[in-house]
Design a protein around this ligand. Structure first.
Ligand SMILES: Nc1ncnc2c1ncn2[C@@H]1O[C@H](COP(=O)(O)OP(=O)(O)OP(=O)(O)O)[C@@H](O)[C@H]1O
Ligand SMILES: [Mg+2]
Length: 500
């Protein structure tokens, strides 16, 4: 009870829900990976593009700076860099040391608004600041940012200002032909780039759950659609009872797994139907066979009891009754054998058995019966053949075959029993010159209760079970039994068994 409760509590959800959970989980993982990759490549791209912008800006500024008569002259950079509005910044930050700045540049820039986000500095060849925008006041760039370009090596790096703002800087050489006469340093705040990245992260964080929710709903719906044929199949399968095994589940047209499942299910129902039909036929045949001797016994005893008779007549009736009772008991034994065989309850000994010796024994023991019917029963080639099996059951098979040969061969006929070995097989054959078996009957004689000629079989005391039992015994010995026959000329039953 406790276990049952536990299993109910921890029962996994249906396949449809499981699929949706898995699908959504995998999608979430993929989206996360995509988000991380997208974010980092975007960050690299924006940083690279910012560096390139700074480099271009520094070049444009450098083009407006010349050295005339040992003095650094800044020309019209506003024209070159309208967006930078650099001249205004230059005026704003004009250093008293840098009194050599040209007047025309200063005049052009008057009245232009000051931009605190403009980072431009110019140094002379000795590393002294010539120009600086006021924005640089909050920055303390490292010494290498000037020293490197003074040694002919451009420099780029990120510097944090006193207000906590991060600024990307780029410094490069000012050259007069090949002569280094100063350094220009430009910079730009990273806040724009960070804001943009933050916006994108926010968008990703907001969109991802919506995508996941949407994909989960779509997956759940699709799974429902995919399982619909299986539900239909299960519904029909539930309706099939033992009494209507002729029914089949619908096979979908699409060549998919559901079609395969439906086909396999139908094949299984077909096998069940076949075996149920066989079972029903067997019960009907068995009842019929049992009824006949009982009816014979009853009619004979009724007649004997209805009128006073002589002792001899009573003896004759009792002998008949005894014969029918014997037949009944044989029949019941056969039925029991089948019942046990069907339940796989029969035990077979596994001894070393000489098949040729068994055949010789059967010939000896059945010779009198054959002679009584004016038949010749003899042994043909008997090669030494040792197999593993149950001697008593194998004798039963050989006797059953010889018994049939005697019953279905007319007086004067001949029955030959031989044992030969061939490769890994022992081959026992029983040939007769009897009435033979038609091709139609040949297909059925190993079935239970099948008799080609019921009247003749019954007259010989048969019930049509001998060959079915023989077939079952030989199969249990991993062998096979077959028949070759020509109607009117005779039959040969062959039993193949694996040699030791
Ligand atoms: N040697 C044979 N020649 C001709 N017909 C045969 C021969 N052996 C078997 N048959 C046919 O096959 C049928 C089935 O044989 P099987 O031995 O199973 O049953 P049976 O002999 O009728 O009864 P029993 O149960 O007593 O053996 C027989 O009724 C007979 O028609
Ligand atoms: Mg028989």
């Amino acid at each position: 009870m406790k276990n049952l409760k536990k299993s109910v509590m921890f029962a996994p959800p249906g396949i449809r829900t499981q699929l949706t959970i898995w699908y959504t989980g995998v999608s979430a993982l993929l989206l996360l990976l995509f988000g991380v990759a997208f974010y980092s490549s975007l960050q690299t791209l924006l940083s690279t593009s910012l560096d390139m912008t700074l480099q271009m800006r520094s070049q444009q500024i450098a083009e407006g700076i010349t050295k005339r008569n040992g003095q650094i002259v800044v020309e019209d950079i506003v024209h070159e860099l309208p967006e930078l509005n650099a001249t205004a910044a230059l005026i704003d930050s004009f250093d008293s040391d840098a009194s050599d700045v040209s007047a025309d540049t200063i005049n052009q820039s008057q009245g232009t608004a000051y931009q605190s986000s403009t980072f431009v500095r110019i140094f002379d060849a000795s590393g002294k600041v010539v120009y600086s925008t006021s924005a640089f006041a909050a920055l303390k760039p490292p010494g290498v940012s000037v020293m490197n370009p003074l040694h002919n090596k451009p420099w780029r790096g990120t510097v944090t200002g006193t207000d906590g703002q991060e600024i990307r800087l780029y410094s490069t050489m000012l050259l007069d032909r090949t002569q280094l006469f100063g350094v220009v340093q430009v910079g730009q705040s990273l806040s724009d780039l960070k804001n943009r990245l933050q916006d994108i992260t926010l968008a990703l964080v907001l969109i991802t759950p919506i995508i996941l929710l949407f994909s989960a709903v779509v997956c759940y719906w699709l799974a429902g659609r995919a399982f619909r044929p299986i539900h239909r199949l299960a519904y029909t399968a539930r309706e099939i009872e033992a009494t209507d095994l002729h029914r089949r589940v619908p096979v979908p047209r699409a060549r998919d797994e559901v079609r395969e499942l439906a086909t396999i299910f139908n094949q299984m129902v077909e096998r069940l139907e076949h075996s149920f039909a066989q079972q029903r036929r067997f019960v009907a045949d068995a009842s019929h066979e049992l009824r006949t001797p009982v009816a014979v016994i009853r009619s004979m005893t009724d007649v004997a009891l209805s009128q006073p008779s002589e002792v001899e007549e009573y003896v004759a009736v009792l002998q008949e009754v005894n014969a029918e009772a014997e037949r009944l008991s044989q029949l019941i034994n056969s039925l029991l054998t089948f019942a046990r065989a069907d339940e796989s309850q029969v035990h077979f000994d596994e001894d070393e058995v000489r098949l040729d010796l068994l055949a010789a024994d059967v010939v000896e023991s059945m010779k009198p019966l054959a002679e009584e019917r004016q038949l010749t029963l003899c042994a043909g080639i008997l090669q030494e053949a040792t197999i593993i099996g149950d001697a008593a059951r194998l004798i039963q098979v050989i006797m059953s075959l010889v018994d049939n040969a005697i019953a279905y061969t007319n007086p004067g006929g001949r029955i030959t029993l031989s044992v030969q070995t061939y490769k890994e097989q022992a081959c026992l054959s029983v040939s007769d010159t009897g009435i033979g078996i038609t091709p139609q009957d040949k297909e059925h004689i190993f079935e239970r209760f099948y008799r080609a000629d019921p009247a003749r079989s019954r007259a010989a005391g048969g019930s049509g079970l001998g060959l079915a039992i023989a077939d079952w015994i030989i199969r249990a010995h991993h062998g096979s039994i077959a028949v070759e026959s020509q109607p009117g000329k005779g039959s040969t039953f062959t039993v193949n068994l694996p040699l030791i």
